[in-house]
Design a protein around this ligand. Structure first.
Ligand code: QAP
Ligand code: CO
Length: 197
């Protein structure tokens, strides 16, 4: 297992698209495991291969609270569909086969650390693809799992969440990143609040 570097917006490689995989080779399986390790290390809930500079259609998700929480606490506030899904989710070649409704959520991204904005997405989705062992998998998702899946699938097409904001909001974030860069670990010790724009 190995930790990977996560690309930061506006790295041009985040604009690249992932290629479909023909089969889940041992190399791709190792990549998926390294992505999971990296996601947990960075305290993320989702990570796409594009974010670690690998142009394949692969993403990983785990929205379960990490740490000391017991089973009861973990299920607190989860929808029935969320409780049914075995996590972590590892999916190659994800495709949405059905979507319903609209919902908004304050999203963040490991590639845009410190920035959070409300994004509109489908409320319910069905997704199919290949699992870690190359087997066909299918998910019915709502709540945060549905949002996270759509966010990560965007990365596979070279899209980041700020592309889905109004031009005013996305330009404000882009200008701020250009001017100040990202908060360093030192900044974060003194400044608890996330950056507001
Ligand atoms: C995508 O994002 C997502 O700013 C996954 O300082 C996020 O894991 C989908 C993170 C929210 C839906 C809702 C962000 C970690 C992690 C930061 C992440 C940060 C440290 C973001
Ligand atoms: Co992201």
């Amino acid at each position: 297992m190995a930790l990977l570097d996560v690309l930061k917006f506006p790295d041009s490689r985040l604009r690249h698209k992932g290629r479909k995989v023909d089969e889940v080779t041992p190399e791709l399986k190792k990549l998926a495991q390294d992505m999971l390790e990296t996601m947990y290390h960075e305290k993320g809930i989702g990570l796409a291969a594009i974010q670690v500079g690998v142009e394949v259609r692969l993403l990983v998700i785990d929205i379960r609270p990490q740490g000391e929480n017991d089973r009861y606490e973990q299920e607190d506030g989860m929808s029935d569909l969320e409780k049914q899904v075995t996590q972590p989710i590892v999916i190659f070649n994800p495709e949405i086969t059905k979507k319903e409704g609209k919902t908004t959520y304050d999203e963040g991204c490991l590639s845009v650390p410190g920035f959070y904005e409300s994004v509109v997405r489908s409320k319910y989705i069905e997704v199919k693809g290949l699992g870690l062992d190359g087997e066909p998998v299918e998910y019915k998702l709502d709540g945060l799992l549905s949002i996270c899946m759509q966010h990560e699938m965007d990365h596979l097409d070279g899209k980041v969440f700020i592309d889905r904001l109004s031009p005013i909001k996305s330009n404000r974030i882009k200008a701020k990143i250009k001017k100040f860069g990202y908060p360093t670990a030192e900044d974060e010790e003194t400044e608890e609040e996330p950056v507001t724009v």
